[in-house]
Design a protein around this ligand. Structure first.
Ligand code: AHG
Ligand code: MN
Ligand code: MN
Length: 331
């Protein structure tokens, strides 16, 4: 019989030597935030009903949007851990400093608090994405530079999927591990140890409605994915949820690729480098796959702006390599 691991115990036993216990608290804080956000997410559809009945919001406050709630919750849980020196969130224009009364640690946290926000009100899976960097300079720790680091320098990354169950998936550079929340126990239990991308891939995920806006190279590539062009693509089906975390998770389990290419009026596409592409690129490489902007590895891009966007092709290496080939032919 396989052992039962809570996330806490697993992190403690599997963290890198260099982390000396520091990761345990940090990742455990994120797991706690995930549980709180999951709880809130599960009640999202009840807000109006209970709100009207006067059962909540006795102070008469307006109900917060879930993405704002998630953003604040992560900050509030992580700001006094003593492990972080700075945070950056997709929802905040500037970096977020650790309040003066708390100690500053040696790590920097970047996060997309609520990914797939267009799916919140329609009861479809959403997520949270995070990445952890080490501060560049101990004495100067807490600067914007600490979060503007290439994905290659991440020391940990992961996501939480609020789906039919809540899952937390993370890596500290020693494989990708997934935990499923038992809502009764309130514990994340190890359910997917050492996740590897299966081959052949089963799915590709792209928003086909934007076909006319893509470059001819991307259009040809998508035709190739559909079995056209030279017919050398594996036979795949298509799935697109509109929550990157959910599409990524399915492709990680079944094999596949998620693409959000550049568009005519959006040369960098939509996906954010720091909060979305970087952490997921780190995970996909840990699972045996690859992430590219069409011209090279996402992990090698040096971010220059907190909210910089990037075209994204992420999944099985064979499929991402082929995307780069199509793009290169056009260049
Ligand atoms: P967010 O909700 O954090 O702003 O991210 C939404 C992103 C991503 O999750 C998803 O894959 C993509 O937007 C969907 O965009 P389209 O509706 O343009 O396909
Ligand atoms: Mn997002
Ligand atoms: Mn978001």
């Amino acid at each position: 019989m396989s052992k039962i691991y809570t996330i806490e115990r697993f992190i403690l036993e599997h963290q890198p030597e260099s982390a000396k216990g520091e990761f345990t608290n940090l990742l455990y804080d994120i797991a706690l935030a995930a549980k709180i956000i999951a709880h809130k997410t599960n009640r999202a559809g009840l807000v109006d009903i209970l709100g009207r009945a006067g059962a909540i919001n006795i102070q008469g406050e307006e109900q917060q949007k879930l993405d704002v709630y998630a953003d604040e919750m992560i900050f509030r849980i992580c700001d006094h851990s003593g492990r972080l020196c700075v945070m950056a969130s997709e929802e905040q224009e500037e970096i977020m400093h650790i309040p003066e009364q708390f100690e500053k640690g040696s790590y920097a946290l970047v996060y997309d608090p609520l990914d797939g926000s267009s799916n919140i009100d329609v009861n479809v899976s959403i997520g949270t994405i995070f990445g952890i960097y080490r501060a560049l300079d101990w004495d100067l720790r807490g600067r914007e530079e600490d979060v503007l680091q290439p994905g290659r320098d991440l020391v940990a990354a992961g996501y939480v999927l609020y789906g039919s169950s809540t899952m937390l998936v993370y890596s500290t550079g020693q494989g990708v591990h997934g935990f499923t929340l038992d809502p009764e126990l309130g514990e994340f239990l190890l359910s997917h140890q050492n996740m590897r991308l299966p081959a052949p891939p089963a799915y590709y995920s792209i928003n086909h409605a934007y076909f006319q806006r893509w470059s001819p190279a991307v259009q040809s590539y998508v035709r190739w994915l559909q079995g056209g062009e030279d017919g050398s693509a594996p036979v795949m089906s298509s799935r697109y949820i509109g929550s990157l975390v959910a599409d990524f998770h399915r492709n990680l389990l079944r094999g596949g690729i998620f693409c959000y290419p550049a568009e005519e009026n959006k040369p960098n596409g939509k996906i954010r480098l720091l909060y979305e592409a970087g952490p997921l690129a780190y995970l996909i490489e840990q699972a045996g796959g690859y992430a590219s902007n069409g011209r090279g590895p996402i992990l090698d891009i040096q971010p220059t702006d907190l909210h910089q966007r990037t075209p994204l092709f992420i999944g099985n290496r064979s499929l991402v390599d082929m995307a780069e080939k199509f793009v290169a032919e056009e260049d």
